[in-house]
Design a protein. Structure first.
Length: 83
């Protein structure tokens, strides 16, 4: 026949010891969680570009009709054309 080697008092003592160890472990985890550094919130991104103003500005920045300086004549013109 099987005979139990631990008494009910031993089982109760072991259970109380385990519950105490679990409580201490949970308190340690809670303290560790509270010690973590929290990152600050990132700022909001800047607003999107205003396309209805950018397009007219990009089209109106050229003030010369030819789109650039007038072409030089002679060897300077040939050099400027090459560059």
């Amino acid at each position: 026949m099987f005979e139990r080697s631990v008494s009910p008092e031993d089982l109760a003592r072991l259970k109380a010891h385990r519950e105490e160890a679990d409580r201490l472990y949970n308190e340690a985890l809670t303290a560790l969680d509270g010690a973590q550094v929290r990152l600050p919130e990132l700022p909001h991104p800047p607003p999107a570009l205003d396309e209805h103003q950018i397009t007219p500005l990009n089209q109106g920045w050229q003030i010369l009709d030819g789109g650039g300086p007038p072409a030089a004549s002679g060897w300077r013109g040939r050099l400027a054309g090459f560059i």
